[in-house]
Design a protein around this ligand. Structure first.
Ligand code: NAI
Ligand code: MG
Length: 334
């Protein structure tokens, strides 16, 4: 059967890395049809809004969306497109895998961690934001629901099972944030009971940071609430050489959006300089999600071998190839 996926080229280096990724998918025999859709600055120019209704319809229609980075204009009153997409499609799971690859600036050679971050609740729910009239007291509400905690923990364990992972670490601060983090931890323990085949561990967030930096090889799958997940997933990206190697998926019950973690890099846009690796790794996540593991594995090997060879790699990887030559080197291995 042929899957149709929605493709948003995005802004800045977006169109370049999206084109590279689509070429790689085609070369690996994925046999997709593509529904192209505008968002970001391109959409603002063509439709007068950053996220047109027609694009939202295409995201809703197809099983997955591959998305280039979008520039959110500053000082125009627009809220972040990424945040509004998350809300609109209830993309409750933010899944960020990091893997150290030979030939990169990775600080460790044995990192293979998936962070599963709850994407809709906690400190980022936006609830109860108040600042006193004299500006001296600010407050915000953190909300954790049993339903939300159970949904994200179950997601993490199911992912662990599907990907043959051994351990899930629930990260919390229940010793201090007794109600919110306490409820999350309690639910994490309950869900853990349902997965006796997977090792379960719990860890306080500050200790987790220290242990990640000292010996990341002890981690496998991490599941945590919104704010902790935001911070830990960037920390993990740093362990493997930065955001250029880090993909991310936003997954809900009905829709899923796959992207690179980095932004539109306006400083290098249109110069054939961008490294498409993060988005290609995002496409690999998409293939796994769609049950196309064979193609995912094929592409992963081609990317790893290309980067490890040190030849025809982009500037940020220490080479002097452009986006196109690097992509061709990957394709020649498929
Ligand atoms: P950025 O990630 O675009 O760039 C940071 C630095 O990393 C720049 O020097 C850039 O050249 C470099 N870089 C990023 N991706 C690269 C790649 N694939 N290959 C080689 N070098 C790369 O972050 P910045 O500059 O803070 O944000 C630029 C714009 O992107 C902003 O408008 C921001 O709102 C947007 N953004 C969008 C995101 C998304 O759509 N998911 C995520 C983050 C930022
Ligand atoms: Mg972040």
């Amino acid at each position: 059967s042929t899957n149709t996926i929605t493709v948003i080229p995005g802004d800045g280096i977006g169109p370049d890395i999206v084109e590279a990724t689509v070429k790689v998918l085609d070369a690996a025999g994925c046999n997709f049809n593509y529904d192209y859709a505008d968002a970001g600055l391109a959409a603002l120019a063509n439709h007068g809004e950053l996220m047109p209704e027609s694009t939202l319809e295409l995201i809703a229609k197809n099983p997955a969306t591959l998305k280039g980075p979008l520039t959110t204009p500053i000082g125009t009153g627009f809220t972040s497109i990424n945040v509004s997409l998350r809300k609109q499609f209830n993309l409750y799971a933010n899944v960020r895998p990091v893997l150290s690859l030979k030939g990169t600036q990775a600080r460790f050679d044995n990192v293979d961690i998936i962070t599963v971050r709850e994407n809709t609740e906690g400190m980022y729910s936006g609830a109860g934001q108040v600042i006193s009239e004299d500006g001296l007291i600010a407050e915000a509400k953190s909300i954790i629901t049993r339903e939300g905690a159970e949904r994200i923990c179950t997601f993490a364990y199911e992912l662990a099972r599907k990907e043959g992972r051994k351990k899930v670490t629930a990260v919390h601060k229940a010793n201090i944030m007794k109600t919110t983090s306490g409820l999350f931890l309690q639910v994490a323990r309950e869900v853990a009971q349902r997965y006796p085949d997977i090792q379960s561990e719990e860890m306080i967030v500050d200790a987790t940071c220290m242990k990640l930096v000292m010996d990341p090889s002890q981690f496998d799958v991490i599941v945590t609430t919104n704010l902790f997940g935001d911070i830990l997933s960037d920390l993990c990206a740093g362990l493997v050489g930065g955001l250029g190697m880090a993909p991310g998926a936003n997954i809900g019950e009905q829709s899923a959006i796959f992207e690179a973690v980095h932004g539109s890099a306006p400083d290098i846009a249109g110069q054939d300089l961008a490294n498409p690796t993060a988005l290609i790794l995002g496409a690999i996540q998409m293939l796994e999600y769609l049950g196309m593991s064979e193609q995912a594995a094929k592409i992963r090997t081609a990317v790893q071998d290309t980067i490890a060879s040190g030849e025809n790699v982009t500037k940020d990887l220490g080479g002097n190839a452009g986006t196109k030559a690097f992509t061709d080197a990957i394709i020649s291995r498929l």
